[in-house]
Design a protein around this ligand. Sequence first.
Ligand code: THU
Length: 159
Amino acid sequence: MIERKIVTSVLVYTYEELSEEYKRLVDEAKRVTQNSYAPYSKFNVGAAVLLENGEIVCGTNQENAAYPSGLCAERVTMFYANSKYPNVAPRAIAIATFADGDFLEEPITPCGACRQVLLETEVRYGRDIDVLLFGRNGIYVLPNVKGLLPLSFDKSFLK
Ligand code: THU
């Protein structure tokens, strides 16, 4: 028997420590939380994707009275970015949540299905995507989606 360790490292930044570009990305993710449609959970999630062409594409969670028909902010935004700019690779995604009158102190992390969708995009364009998770107590920064989804399934298994 051998043990294989899979290590994920997260850097925790203050807002001031971020580059100007990433400050703007986080600002956008926070701003769009106000556009979220979340009448059931009242958990307003915003996402902002920075593309290689410098463009920022934003989106929010969209809920539905038939609960499973809703979709998380990360998937709404990444699908939107990939639809609008199918030939441009995403460089980074920022995520922020507003609930009970304020942004969350601790960042939320994307659900499993969103991680799989973000991973597909990372593999599709062959370029790591920085993941920035905003919390008032600190901003988690990961250098790629693979680190969020160890032992993941991707197209390499389909060959
Ligand atoms: N949600 C997101 O948009 N992103 C996440 O990473 C976690 C959860 C949404 C789904 C639903 O609208 C609400 O937050 C509560 O789960």
